[in-house]
Design a protein around this ligand. Structure first.
Ligand code: GLU
Length: 301
């Protein structure tokens, strides 16, 4: 039975390339989960990292979503227009004493830090104050030792000691840009997002986001992390590697492949229209069927 609690989901692509099969899976899953729960569904363009962005990709992604029959509530939120909100959150964290300026270079950290779940763990060099003659480059968050945990709807119980497995992480980068971890937490709260369904590549980020939510007094949404599609060689599909953009002219085969990938039942006959596909998919969606493994080969079409 769909729950009657208010539900707001979102799809939050970064405009680093065209939508590919991997991101389509996330879009399909979060859309169906929202609609099955009679929830709202938002699209947020995470365009806060210009060096990694591809001109025209944001519009291209939106056109593809439209051509695939996705319908979002409210206007698309662009993170590039939310700098003042990220600045306010940064100042709040600074005033509460949770941050510190860091003068370390990437190279220095690579030499001193040990590997963690996501790159090198920052060894804490500037935690007690900037060493003499070092200038601040980034702003870091002081992280807690006790594990931060959550119950993932697909993956089960997840726990992480952020201090030991990730380290004090950057919330403002050396180029002055705000980090994804901060922006995503500020916007999920501001948009009233209650349920986050996304790829398992972001699962290691969730404890950091839960911790930031706690510090900023934001409610914690529910999380579900989907398996990631990999190619035959086991490589993650990503926009950066130019993996398989999907064809706007033939959405149905890709949509059906996404359902198959997520272990959802398939209609006996190919739906006659996108509208028929979505009606069927909403009526038959069950997130609990999504496979628990964190990577899964892409289905052959
Ligand atoms: N913008 C992120 C990406 O495209 C996703 C963020 C999220 O879902 O939290 O990988």
């Amino acid at each position: 039975m769909p729950s009657t609690a208010p539900y707001c989901g979102r799809f939050a692509p970064s405009p680093t390339g065209a939508l590919h099969f991997g991101s389509l899976i996330a879009a399909v899953a979060c859309y169906l989960d929202a609609r099955t729960n009679r929830g709202r569904w938002l699209v947020r363009m995470e365009d806060i990292d210009p060096p990694r962005e591809v001109p025209g990709a944001a519009d291209d992604i939106l056109h593809t979503l439209e051509a695939f029959g996705f319908e979002w509530d409210d206007a698309v939120l662009y993170q590039s227009r939310r700098t003042a909100a990220y600045q306010a959150a940064l100042e709040q964290l600074q005033q509460q004493g949770h941050t510190y300026p860091c003068g370390c270079s990437r190279k220095g950290i690579a030499q001193q830090g040990r590997p963690g779940v996501e790159g090198i763990i920052y060894p804490g060099t500037c935690r007690a104050g900037l060493p003499p003659e070092r200038e601040a480059r980034t702003t870091r968050l002081v992280t807690p030792n006790p594990p931060v945990g959550f119950m993932d709807k697909i993956q089960g119980k997840i726990e992480q000691s952020i201090a030991q497995e990730v380290g004090d992480f950057i919330i403002r980068r050396s180029d002055g840009l705000f980090a994804y971890q901060l922006a995503v937490v500020v916007d999920d709260a501001w948009q009233g997002v209650t349920h986050i369904v996304r790829g398992a590549d972001l699962m290691h980020s969730t404890p950091r986001q839960l911790y930031l939510q706690r510090l900023l007094s934001h409610p914690a949404p529910g999380y579900a992390h989907l398996p990631l599609a990999v190619d035959a060689a086991g490589n993650k599909l990503s926009k950066q590697t130019g993996s398989l953009p999907i064809d706007r002219k033939t959405p149905l085969p890709a949509l059906l492949a996404a359902l198959r990938f997520l272990h959802q039942p398939l209609p006996d006959e190919q739906p006659a229209s996108l509208q028929e596909f979505w009606q069927w998919a909403v009526a038959n969606w069950d997130i609990k069927r999504a496979p628990r493994q964190q990577i899964q080969p892409m289905p052959l079409r």
